[in-house]
Ligand binder design. Structure first.
Ligand code: ZN
Length: 154
């Protein structure tokens, strides 16, 4: 059993897509409203399921984009001067200046030290969205109902 919209195999759902009930994969559920898990779910090959789980569980540590203002504000709140803060972190004062002006993104190790000193959160866990991988496959596949709906919406 494959997805009615993109033809992919995988976890399938019965979904209401613009008034008709279609069997769709996880990534195509966004085109409609999920009614229930598709009954033929048990035939999904183990391979597909394991592969998907691996893709989902790939967390990457990233530095928040507003780290510069976060560090500056929290440091000032604590009444620390840049040189005092630098000493606490065992970093050069110039490094702190660069961090606070956004010229230098801290390494994860440095960010952890700053987090502890200022009690702020600088590191975010980012997970690769699985959708990105499946949407490239959609474009490669044959024309499906999903494609037609996409064309209609343009
Ligand atoms: Zn699909």
């Amino acid at each position: 059993m494959n997805c009615d919209m993109c033809g992919r195999e995988g976890q399938l759902f019965d979904a209401d897509v613009e008034g008709s009930v279609l069997v769709v994969c996880t990534s195509c559920t966004k085109f409609g409203t999920v009614l229930r898990k598709h009954a033929e779910e048990k035939y999904v090959s183990k391979y597909v399921e394991t592969k998907k789980k691996e893709e989902e569980s790939k967390p990457v540590n990233i530095i928040v984009s507003n780290y510069a203002s976060l560090i500056k504000k929290s440091r000032e709140k604590r009444g620390l001067k840049q040189d005092e803060f630098a000493k606490l972190l065992q970093e050069k004062e110039s490094a702190i200046q660069h961090l606070e002006s956004g010229k230098l993104e801290p390494s994860i190790v440095l960010a952890e030290k700053i987090e502890k000193q200022l009690k702020i959160k600088l590191i975010e866990v980012y997970r690769e969205p699985v959708i990105a991988e499946s949407s490239t496959e959609t474009t490669r596949g044959p024309l499906t109902i999903g494609d037609l709906i996409k064309f209609k919406k343009k």
